[in-house]
Design a protein around this ligand. Structure first.
Ligand code: AMP
Ligand code: MG
Length: 425
């Protein structure tokens, strides 16, 4: 597969790639094609670190100080100079000074200095004996074993050295990183601006919350699933509501969305029904590929561009919307957001507790419940109802059972790959 082909070329000359078949696109190929058309948006902003959780660094971060920036005690105890200890022990030394964290040495460091955790090691001393390893009689301490050089001392720069690159550009900032940045005295960082994602549901039968349902109508669930999915990716989500199966309104909404967003996601209307207008409209106002993905659930999928804006047309069935989002859109958004490297969703080996019927030729993402047994083995049970309209299956499940394209019927006890929902969040 060529990696440098443009979207326009692929649309106008779809026979240039011998393995490109929009009617039988494998999950892997669809993923690779989409990634081929994406690059990070690369607009940056400066923010305070307290607002930086889960943002993506646009510039690497360099330490300008050592952490810690002075040798200090890791224990409450006595700082000593091990070179002053003669023979095998036991040893006794006089307490000649004391130093508390944040304070100067009182007295002198001639023999043993009473020291607290985090206090600066007085010049000339090179080990700390924890107080529980000593016996004290008035101002004399006694201890049995000679400590080794630098024992219980946190050395200057042992956590981070001044000049060191602490984080590379593209890193997604986690909670621990906020603390680490603060330990370096860094209060603001440069990050990529948040990706703007506009989304709407399509369908004459789709009703927004707050309205009564008439026969033949369903509440819009996809938009709410998407709100959650997008929140996990920390994008700026723009909810454009429900749009009926009306060519003019869909076209207007898509144009409006393309003017305010970097990514547009729609659900419904991408298959071959009479009222599935997305194909016609998108061909008119953008560049678009419609694929029949060899997967279940989630067969129809559209990817393309409207102006500068990336477009994902997801199938309307509520489980299909979620599966296609997880398998294609999630990674695309992380790429546009500038995250590098994009973490691969781990596939974990699990033992099937029930047989599964499957025909080769498509990848299935069955919803399952895994449990880890006392030996650490993952066991997985597929849920009984696997219909693409059964959204309850997503809520009940805690993983996808990934049944690869070439797999056929699977007996109980077969090892299969699972994707934990926690790793997709
Ligand atoms: P479509 O992809 O438009 O052919 O829709 C496929 C199925 O998904 C139909 O049964 C729709 O009623 C249902 N559906 C489409 N969009 C939504 C939505 N936003 N919420 C709930 N169900 C939907
Ligand atoms: Mg529809």
């Amino acid at each position: 597969m060529k990696k440098d082909i443009s979207l326009s070329d692929l649309i106008s000359k779809s026979n240039i790639e011998h393995d490109y078949d929009p009617n039988a696109m494998s999950v892997e190929k669809a993923r690779t094609w989409i990634t081929n058309f994406l690059s990070p948006l690369e607009q940056e902003e400066t923010i305070h670190i307290k607002d930086a959780l889960h943002r993506i660094l646009s510039k690497s971060v360099k330490a300008n100080i050592n952490v810690p920036n002075y040798d200090n005690s890791a224990m409450d105890g006595y700082a000593i100079n091990i070179d002053s200890l003669k023979g095998e022990g036991p040893f006794s030394l006089q307490i000649t000074g004391k130093v508390f964290a944040g304070n100067q040495l009182e007295g002198n460091a001639n023999e043993a200095v009473r020291i607290m955790t985090g206090a600066s090691i007085p010049a000339g001393l090179n080990a700390v004996i924890p107080q529980e390893h000593t016996e004290t009689h008035q101002d004399i301490i006694a201890f049995k074993t000679k400590p080794f050089f630098n024992q219980n001392i946190r050395r200057l720069g042992e956590d981070i050295k001044s000049g060191q690159i602490v984080f590379q550009s593209g890193r997604r900032i986690e909670s621990c990183d906020l603390g680490l940045l603060a330990s370096l005295g860094i209060d603001s960082i440069k990050v990529f601006r948040k990706i703007r994602v506009a989304f709407f549901s399509t369908g004459d039968e789709i009703i927004s919350l707050g309205n009564p349902l008439s026969p033949g109508q369903v509440y819009d669930s996809n938009r709410y699933s998407l709100i959650g999915l997008l929140k996990c990716l920390d994008v700026e989500a723009i909810d454009l509501g429900v749009v009926p199966d009306d060519k003019n309104i869909i076209e207007d909404t898509l144009k409006k969305a393309s003017n305010m967003a970097d990514v547009i996601i729609t659900t419904g209307g991408v298959s071959v029904g009479e009222a599935d207008y997305m194909k016609e409209i998108l061909k008119k106002i953008g560049e678009i590929l419609f694929w029949k993905i060899s997967m279940k659930p989630g067969r129809p999928l559209a990817y393309g561009k409207i102006g500068h804006c990336h477009y994902f047309g997801l199938p309307g069935n509520p489980v299909s919307t979620m599966v296609t989002f997880y398998q294609f859109v999630r990674e695309a958004i992380l790429t546009l957001a500038g995250q590098t490297p994009i973490p691969k969703v781990p596939l974990i080996k699990a033992k099937l507790l029930m047989s599964i019927k499957k025909i080769p030729g498509r990848t299935e993402f069955q919803r399952g419940i895994y449990e880890q047994d006392d030996d650490g083995i993952f066991n997985v049970t597929p849920l009984k109802d696997q219909g693409s309209g059964i959204l309850r299956s997503m809520s009940e499940a805690n993983c996808f059972i990934v049944l690869h394209e070439d797999m056929a019927h699977l007996e109980k006890d077969t090892w299969v790959d699972i994707q934990l929902f926690t790793s997709l969040a």
